[in-house]
Design a protein around this ligand. Structure first.
Ligand code: SF4
Ligand code: SF4
Length: 363
């Protein structure tokens, strides 16, 4: 297991001076820490798969902290679509949307979900033990808060290294096993700063900058912890964005075919698994709002107009707009009628409905 931890700072898509200052303050403060390798890259969402920025991210092994202007969930799945995958690292610094009760995005959600909710794409996959901690730079205006969170994560990782006893001489291990008043490394990792002089040489911080930017992009990002591979999105999109891999799992095959500003397919995904990380509506941009395991009114969540249109109707209008702009014919609700009628009719209660009713009664 790596002794050092990598921190990626993903710059905002605009040159907003306030955002840029926060990014640079974080980088500057991290340089005073030991055991941290900092990589500064352009906006994570905009980086192309074959670019220097993505190659730099792919070269990082071990646990990684990613600071970006994207919601935690969006950042995690943007990395995943570029084959940078790992477990979701638990973070404590979250922005207001993520902190609302019931909005946490955690591995435990999947663990505790009823069996019918576990048939997601991610539940069929092997995921490495590596952890990726995605920090949303919108969570605070203070660089100190991000440094504190990065150090907390680093400490937790070092405690794991120490407890595994796989990289160090006896000194640090002894401090964990038989702590004295002055040298204790507690279970939460405090006291670990002195490790560099006691056997675990974590060394000074380094920084690498990748400056190239290839312009703004717009494409859907799939959250495979929610996606059930139902194929609604591939049927709905008429621009050839979606495809399937060798084992028939949905993927975003031609991301740059997506129509800039169009979020239509995110409204028709029954699991709220499709994100457009740069969209102004938090639920579409990937906030933890609208957990797929909870009953929600998606049209309200996605900021639907007040004239009572359903999410499917709004999606059809948005798709038609893009078809007309592209010089093609509008298709209206084509392909959506069946789903629309199912979702608007009073469907009989299934097992999940009954379980939720029981939970309501219990409360
Ligand atoms: S519509 Fe949603 S759940 Fe269905 S395949 Fe597409 S992303 Fe997955
Ligand atoms: S947003 Fe529109 S163009 Fe883009 S993938 Fe979805 S339906 Fe296709």
């Amino acid at each position: 297991m790596a002794k050092r931890i990598s921190v990626v700072v993903s710059q905002g898509p605009s040159k907003n001076p306030v955002k840029r200052k926060l990014e640079e303050d974080i980088v500057a403060a991290l340089l005073f820490e030991n055991g941290i390798d900092v990589t500064v890259v352009p906006n994570l969402y905009d980086i192309k798969p074959d670019s220097t920025g993505m190659l730099a991210l792919k070269s990082i092994s071990g646990n990684m902290i990613v600071c970006s202007w994207l919601f935690e969930r969006a950042a995690h799945w943007v990395l995943d679509r570029n084959d940078i995958s790992g477990q979701v690292g638990k973070i404590l610094l979250q922005d207001a949307y993520e902190e609302e009760e019931g909005n946490e995005f955690a591995e435990e959600d999947l663990e505790n979900a009823p069996p019918e909710l576990k048939s997601t794409v991610v539940s069929q996959r092997e995921i490495t033990n590596r952890k990726i901690y995605c920090l949303d730079l919108k969570a605070s205006t203070r660089a100190d808060d991000f440094i504190a969170e990065a150090k907390r994560i680093q400490r937790a990782n070092l405690v794991q290294v120490v407890s595994l006893n796989d990289v160090i001489s006896g000194g640090a291990m002894q401090r964990l096993d038989t702590p004295t008043k002055d040298t204790a490394i507690t279970k939460d990792g405090s006291g670990i700063e002195g490790l560099a002089t006691s056997g675990l040489d974590i060394g000074p911080a380094t920084v690498k900058r990748i400056e190239n930017s290839q312009g703004r992009r717009w494409y859907p990002v799939i959250d495979y912890s929610r996606c059930t591979n139902c194929m609604e999105c591939i049927d709905f999109c008429l621009f050839g964005v979606y495809g399937v891999d060798r084992i028939d799992t949905i993927l975003v095959e031609q991301p740059d075919n997506c129509r800039k500003g169009c979020p239509a397919c995110s409204r028709v995904c029954p699991e709220n698994a499709i994100m457009f990380p740069q969209h102004k509506t938090p639920a579409i941009a990937g906030s933890a709002e609208g957990n797929a395991s909870m009953k929600i009114d998606l049209s309200q969540l996605f900021g639907g107009p007040a004239d009572g249109k359903s999410a499917e109707e709004i999606a059809a209008i948005e798709r038609d707009e893009q078809l007309l702009i592209a010089g093609r014919d509008a298709v209206g609700m084509q392909g959506l009628e069946r789903r629309h009628s199912v979702t608007t009719a009073a469907a009989p209660k299934d097992d999940l409905d009954k379980l939720l009713d029981q939970l309501d009664d219990f409360e």
